[in-house]
Design a protein around this ligand. Structure first.
Ligand SMILES: [Zn+2]
Length: 156
């Protein structure tokens, strides 16, 4: 017996079903014998499986012997995640040159701007978790840098 993650086309409901074999699934699917337990739709297909890291590169090299991977055409894949991270890194790289490094003074500087004691400025620096929490508690906008950042002091 093998289990397939299936999903209906009417409502994109996901469910699991057991079959004697892959052929048995294909046969039952062909004849419309598999119905979505949620909405009864018989137009059922295999759901996108979790990416199997590693297995894929094997399939690339083993060529025709490997069966085509199941429905690899939707859902966020590793490529999309990588692209998102690259976008974030690019945004951060774009922002940092315009931002003033204030190091350990970050919490104080952010608070001073918030309270009008200092001119509004784009700053970045270091804050302890407690300081970051205190800023949030006071409604001061601060967010962690999304990409690991080397402080200027450490880079020199
Ligand atoms: Zn359904």
């Amino acid at each position: 017996m093998i289990v397939f993650d299936l999903c209906c086309s009417a409502g994109d409901h996901r469910f699991e079903a057991w079959f004697a074999s892959s052929e048995s699934f294909a046969d039952q699917q062909e004849r419309g014998l598999i119905a979505c337990p949620v909405c009864g739709d018989a137009d059922v297909r295999k759901a996108v499986m979790a990416p199997r890291v590693g297995a894929k590169s094997n399939q690339m090299t083993s060529g025709a012997r490997a069966p085509a991977p199941v429905a690899d055409d939707s859902g966020p894949g590793p490529e999309i995640v990588r692209k998102l991270l690259a976008d974030l890194a690019a945004k951060q790289a774009e922002m940092l040159p315009r931002s003033r490094w204030v190091g350990r003074e970050f919490a104080d500087a952010a608070r001073a701007m918030h309270e009008g004691r200092a001119a509004e400025d784009l700053i970045h620096g270091q804050a302890s978790p407690e300081e970051a929490q205190a800023l949030r508690d006071d409604g001061i906008a601060a967010m962690p840098l999304l990409v690991p950042f080397v402080p200027p002091e450490a880079a020199n």
